[in-house]
Design a protein around this ligand. Structure first.
Ligand SMILES: C[S@@+](CC[C@H](N)C(=O)[O-])C[C@H]1O[C@@H](n2cnc3c(N)ncnc32)[C@H](O)[C@@H]1O
Length: 227
């Protein structure tokens, strides 16, 4: 069930998101006091321009893909969880929703102008392999934007610990299908910090890598360019 690194096997991750799907959107709004949608909007505004062909990988219930379409992107949303995709399909009839693996994308090289991943790379069994795969499907000059939870370093640290290690798993326990939220703090704890993630972007082949911390440092938005 788990890798030596403590990450879950892909089939376990897929099963977990299938179970979470009914409460996923509600949990996002509750956990972030509604800020999650603002972060998605900001991420998209940094990289998507009208007419861009956009891949939103690990699209889940589709909120980031929908935001990219609102900005004028021609969007493909990809996820391996059929239940998450079922919810995404109700949000847009014009986005192309595809069930597939982000580690083996069903697209030719250079197929997209932009790739986005919202709160998804943390779940990949092979993070560097996933970033390389995203680089592969981008055209030269194309951009990757990754939104991900990160652990704050400053004064927010104790509040974050209480919220994330105690309150989030508790909320997960009381919501039907939410048990998997007990997995969330562990997955964030072992995820690389923003500087290390930037280094992984570079070793996956991205240039001009930079990041912004959002929400008082609990979320990082990384952007890199395919040379
Ligand atoms: C935390 S959700 C994020 C959903 C959405 N992007 C958002 O902004 O809310 C992570 C998603 O990644 C998907 N996922 C994880 N590993 C994947 C993989 N290897 N291929 C495709 N989807 C994957 C899960 O099924 C899940 O829907």
């Amino acid at each position: 069930m788990t890798h030596e690194s403590g990450t879950l096997e892909p089939t376990a991750v897929k099963g977990m998101f299938d179970r979470i799907a009914p409460v996923y959107d509600v949990m996002n709004r509750v956990m972030t006091a509604g800020l999650d949608q603002r972060w998605r909007k900001l991420a998209v505004s940094q990289v998507v321009w009208p007419g861009d062909r956009v891949l939103d990988a690990c699209c889940g219930t589709g909120d980031l893909a929908v935001e990219a379409e609102r900005r004028g992107g021609r969007v493909v949303g990809l996820d391996f969880s059929p239940r998450m995709l079922e919810r995404a399909r109700t949000k847009s009839g014009t986005i192309e929703w595809i069930q597939g693996d982000a580690l083996a994308l069903p697209f030719p090289d250079g197929d997209f102008d932009i790739a986005t991943v919202g709160f998804g790379v943390r779940n990949l069994a092979d993070l560097e392999g996933g970033l390389k795969e995203l680089a592969r499907v981008l055209r030269p000059g194309g951009k990757l934007a990754v939104l991900e939870i990160t652990r704050p370093r400053g004064i927010l640290k104790p509040f974050f610990r209480l919220w994330f290690d105690v309150l989030v798993p508790l909320a997960g326990r009381v919501l039907p299908g939410g048990q998997a939220y007990t997995y969330l703090p562990a997955s964030v704890r072992r995820f690389p910090g923003p500087d290390d993630l930037s280094a992984l972007f570079r070793s996956a082949g991205f240039a001009d890598v930079h990041y912004k911390l959002l929400g008082g440092g609990i979320v990082a938005l990384h952007v890199g360019v395919k040379p």
